[in-house]
Design a protein around this ligand. Structure first.
Ligand SMILES: NC(=O)C1=CN([C@@H]2O[C@H](COP(=O)(O)OP(=O)(O)OC[C@H]3O[C@@H](n4cnc5c(N)ncnc54)[C@H](O)[C@@H]3O)[C@@H](O)[C@H]2O)[C@@H](O)CC1
Ligand SMILES: Nc1ncnc2c1ncn2[C@@H]1O[C@H](COP(=O)(O)OP(=O)(O)OP(=O)(O)O)[C@@H](O)[C@H]1O
Ligand SMILES: [Mg+2]
Length: 329
């Protein structure tokens, strides 16, 4: 007989929780829409008055014997999002392979030379943003060169997106980006745990993603962190945003590279747009929300056409249409 009231109480509790959940969901959708509206503001208009390079000259640091796809995906995505020029700084062996994927990329075979740092430094005055890590590998000599490139880029105040093996390097030497407000880190699940353990020295609390991302960002001196996953969680150590744009269930390799390349461009646009366009919001948070939404929309569209056989190349073909749907309609 006691079963009746207990059931009723459980039912009421479930309804309260469902209502709270749907309110939270509605709230996040509203926040996402407000943020996407600001992302639309930072997109530079296409006019006949501009010269080549004005809408973005992006550098990708990565590409070695094993990984040539990742830097290609990042560099071509930057162009497809709307950058004018995309440079890849990779090892000598990787360069002809990456060049052969696309005539649109400018490829510098310098990363394993003893002169790597000055060779890249020469180009820095001409770059608006750097994406460090896709397909970099973990060779000690290369990582040592990348340390020098990071220091030189920071000295010039260049925005830096750090992904993949660049995050491996940061986990070994967090001081490399500590407090650099123009850095954005884009860890996947495993990279996030590795970074958190290195920086916070305790295991990640899997029950509260938002707080875990906020804490990591704060511990790194408010560097923006984008934790990729079922929902992307983005924080600058103060605010926390979530990107729940519908994507797909396809988890093929290379989607993170697409994100890092797209983000390189959006970070430049957001910083360049100025405070009237960003309306007091953090430019890097806006850029991150824009890039995450775009990649997920590409994934959704590619999956509708190709289903299980969807690959990152199919997603890159969707960048133009996805961009129009999200930001230009
Ligand atoms: N075509 C290419 O050239 C590609 C090269 N890539 C490069 O490959 C190198 C290594 O990158 P990895 O991402 O493999 O990094 P790691 O070598 O740190 O491996 C991470 C491992 O974690 C696993 N993992 C990922 N997400 C997970 C999750 N949510 N839960 C549990 N396990 C998860 C992955 O399957 C992978 O085996 C980087 O340089 C990266 O840029 C990748 O970007 C993929 C495409
Ligand atoms: N479970 C998921 N559901 C929906 N989207 C996801 C999921 N996991 C990741 N994504 C999306 O896929 C994209 C890439 O994230 P992922 O975690 O695969 O990066 P990655 O492991 O670095 O990829 P890469 O293979 O390029 O290295 C992000 O835009 C993210 O939003
Ligand atoms: Mg990755």
């Amino acid at each position: 007989m006691a079963v009746g009231p207990a059931w009723a109480a459980a039912g009421a509790c479930r309804r309260v929780l469902q209502r709270a959940f749907s309110l939270h969901k509605a709230h996040s959708v509203k926040n996402m829409e407000t943020t996407l509206q600001l992302v639309r503001n930072i997109i530079p208009p296409l006019t006949s008055k501009k010269h080549k390079g004005q809408d973005g000259r992006i550098g990708i640091v990565g590409g070695c014997q094993e990984y040539t796809g990742a830097p290609y995906f990042a560099a071509i995505s930057a162009l497809k999002v709307g950058a004018d020029l995309s440079h890849v700084f990779c090892t000598q062996e990787a360069a002809p392979v990456i060049k052969s994927y696309s005539p649109e990329l400018i490829v510098h075979p310098v990363l394993d030379r003893p002169s790597a740092v000055p060779n890249v430094e020469e180009w820095l005055p001409r770059l608006h943003a750097l994406v460090v890590g896709p397909g970099l590998g973990r060779d000690d000599t290369l990582l040592e060169n990348v340390k020098g490139i990071l220091e030189a880029s920071k000295a010039r105040d260049i925005p830096i997106v750090i992904d993949a093996d660049g995050l491996w390097l940061v986990a070994q030497h967090p001081a490399l980006i500590q407090g650099y407000r123009k850095a954005v880190l884009t860890p996947n699940h495993v990279e996030f745990s590795r970074l958190s353990e290195a920086v916070l020295r305790d295991p990640v609390d899997g029950s509260d993603h938002r707080e875990a991302v906020r804490r990591l960002s704060q511990a790194l001196g408010n560097v923006t962190v984008v934790q990729k996953g079922e929902r992307d969680v983005i924080s600058d150590g103060e605010q926390v945003l979530e990107c729940a744009q519908e994507g797909s269930s396809r988890r093929c390799g290379g989607q993170g590279d697409l994100l890092s390349g797209a983000l390189g461009v959006l970070v430049h646009w957001a910083l360049h747009a100025g405070p009237e366009k960003t309306n007091g919001s953090s430019p890097l948070l806006l850029a991150a929300m824009g890039a995450c939404s775009l990649v997920r929309q590409c994934s959704r569209q590619a999956f509708q056409k190709h289903g299980r056989s969807t690959t990152t190349t199919d997603m890159i073909a969707e960048v133009g249409p996805a961009f129009r749907i999200l930001f230009e309609t």
